[in-house]
Ligand binder design. Structure first.
Ligand code: ARG
Length: 277
């Protein structure tokens, strides 16, 4: 009898292996609508909610750590985080160091200037202008390649995006480059405008340690598929890509009880309704 109980327990533990552990999700919470921090100090955004909902679907816990974009891949390699959820572009170079989920979003690069600037796409990226981007990103890489190809610009790289945007607003740099959905969001949150798009055709994915030792990629990929089937995905898209992000603190506070109660679709729907009303 005892033996059977133990065997049963082992099976339960085996099945729920992921449920027993806390999965550490690393991010760079400076990239709305994918990830940022609301006025109550909660990590909010499309990526953050996907991570929460996928964890809830599979019954494991997550802990979110804001470690900055440039630190994510080294942290995955060192096993300090389990997933990088940070609007990360899937690139061949990165795929040598980490493994990626299926792509979940697409982006190009949006070029931002101050609201009252007269620069256009051609003048912005020449004439000795100071152009900012976040350290370690595909934006930074694009700008450095442009310089190598002879573009007359000075590149300023920032660990945190909010510092880059603040420098843009203060006139310390002339231009800032960010993923298109993020650039669009910055135009709603700061006195900046988007003067053009550099078409790079990037696909964003969630990254895990090379070889996926914790078996997280199938959970992430099937989780995304399930959220689409349930309709929660569409609500999250509506909330974050179509809604008023300044409402997030109130909306997240209103909706999160549903998430805690396990009502994933109700959570996403409430968030979408609240952000778009
Ligand atoms: N998509 C770009 C890249 O992968 C920028 C991502 C920046 N993400 C962030 N959470 N700050 O390089």
């Amino acid at each position: 009898m005892r033996k059977f109980l133990l065997a049963g327990l082992a099976v339960l533990l085996g099945l729920g292996a992921a449920a027993q552990q806390v999965i550490i999700v690393g991010t760079s919470a400076d990239w709305p609508p994918f990830e940022w921090v609301d006025a109550n100090g909660n990590y909010v955004g499309f990526d953050m909610d996907l991570m929460r909902l996928i964890a809830a679907l599979h019954g494991y816990q997550i802990e979110i750590q804001d470690i900055g974009f440039d630190a994510l891949i080294p942290a995955l390699e060192a096993g300090r985080i389990d997933i990088a959820a940070a609007g990360m572009t899937i690139t061949a170079e990165r795929a040598e160091r980490v493994d990626f989920s299926a792509p979940y979003w697409s982006a190009d690069q949006g070029v931002l200037v101050k609201e009252d600037s007269e620069l256009n796409l051609a003048t912005a990226l020449s004439l000795g202008h100071k152009v900012g981007a976040q350290l370690g990103t595909t934006q930074a890489e694009w700008l450095e390649e442009a310089v190598a190809a002879g573009a007359d610009i000075t590149v300023e790289l920032y660990e945190r995006n909010e510092l880059g945007i603040m420098d843009l607003v203060a006139g310390r740099i002339d231009v800032f480059v960010a993923d298109t959905p993020v650039a669009r969001t910055f135009t709603k949150l700061y006195p900046v405008k988007m003067i053009g798009i550099i078409i790079t055709g990037e696909e964003l994915g969630f990254a895990v340690q090379k070889g996926d030792p914790k078996g997280l990629l199938p959970l992430i990929n099937s989780g995304i598929a399930r959220l689409k089937e349930l309709g929660a995905w569409d609500f999250l898209v509506q909330a974050y890509f179509g809604g008023d992000l300044e409402k997030i603190t109130a909306c997240y506070a209103e909706a999160r009880g549903l998430l805690e109660a396990g009502d994933l679709v109700g959570y996403a729907r409430t968030l979408a309704d609240c952000m778009t009303e």
